[in-house]
Design a protein around this ligand. Structure first.
Ligand code: AMP
Length: 224
């Protein structure tokens, strides 16, 4: 069976994480977020977490070799045997090339690029809240939790990422433009990118993404 790999691209704060969670549920593919994996390593105090810490806190990319090993370890686990959805990887052209070489012809790859204007990105990152337990994402203004500080999905504690501070968001955007935007061009050269307007309400963005990658809505599905 061909493995199905979905890659979410987009600037920091474009809504990748939010849409990745929803699409992974819709497609039945595990959500693999390199940012979440690094944050888990940080909170568990691993050697990898210690190596990644200063890069993350300053809004820079963690060196390719650390990310690639961590990612390939993760996708080698049995739950990824039929495929997975990548959120936050690849973020450099080198990472994209290594992933391509690793997948070869063994996977059907779908790329979703969430396109959002810069000013919306800064606004979104400024109010973003993340659950310490389940990594669910909420937003102070656009998607407030039912109870302040408490995750709607699991009851865990919501917190603001250190790297969502405005000056770090600006650095992350600059890093995105310099190192990650070329990844979109890399895939576009192979005519494989589904561009989705990520500027609207999360439900509308999800609908556009679903259509772009041609996943039928619940009511449109035929058969059993
Ligand atoms: P994210 O949660 O995807 O915004 O990632 C948070 C931080 O983790 C980034 O700002 C980087 O420092 C680091 N990171 C996550 N994924 C990657 C990657 N593919 N390459 C390099 N650094 C990464």
């Amino acid at each position: 069976m061909t493995r199905s790999v979905v890659i979410m691209l987009g600037a920091p704060g474009a809504g990748k994480g939010t849409q990745a969670v929803r699409l992974s549920g819709e497609l039945g593919l595990p959500h693999v977020s390199t940012g979440d994996l690094f944050r888990e390593n940080l909170s568990q105090g691993t050697a990898l977490g210690a190596q990644a810490k200063e890069y993350m806190e300053s809004g820079r990319l963690v060196p390719d070799e650390l990310v690639i090993d961590m990612l390939f370890d993760r996708v080698a686990r049995p739950d990824c045997a039929d495929g997975y959805l990548l959120d936050g990887f690849p973020r450099t052209v080198h990472q994209a090339r290594v992933l391509d070489a690793r997948l070869g012809d063994s996977a059907s790859v779908t790329i979703v690029n969430l396109v959002v204007p810069d000013e919306v990105i800064v606004e979104r990152a400024a109010g973003r809240l993340l659950c310490r337990s389940c990594n669910n994402i909420a937003h102070r203004t656009f998607a407030p939790p039912r109870t302040a500080g408490v995750c709607d999905a699991c009851g865990g504690e919501l917190y603001t990422r250190d790297d969502d501070a405005p000056e770090v968001v600006r650095k992350r955007l600059a890093v995105y433009l310099e190192q990650t935007a070329p990844v979109v061009d890399f895939y576009a050269a192979q005519a494989r990118v589904c561009s989705v307007d990520g500027g609207g309400h999360p439900d509308a963005v999800f609908e556009s993404a679903r259509r772009a990658i041609q996943v039928p809505a619940q009511g449109e599905r035929g058969g059993a």
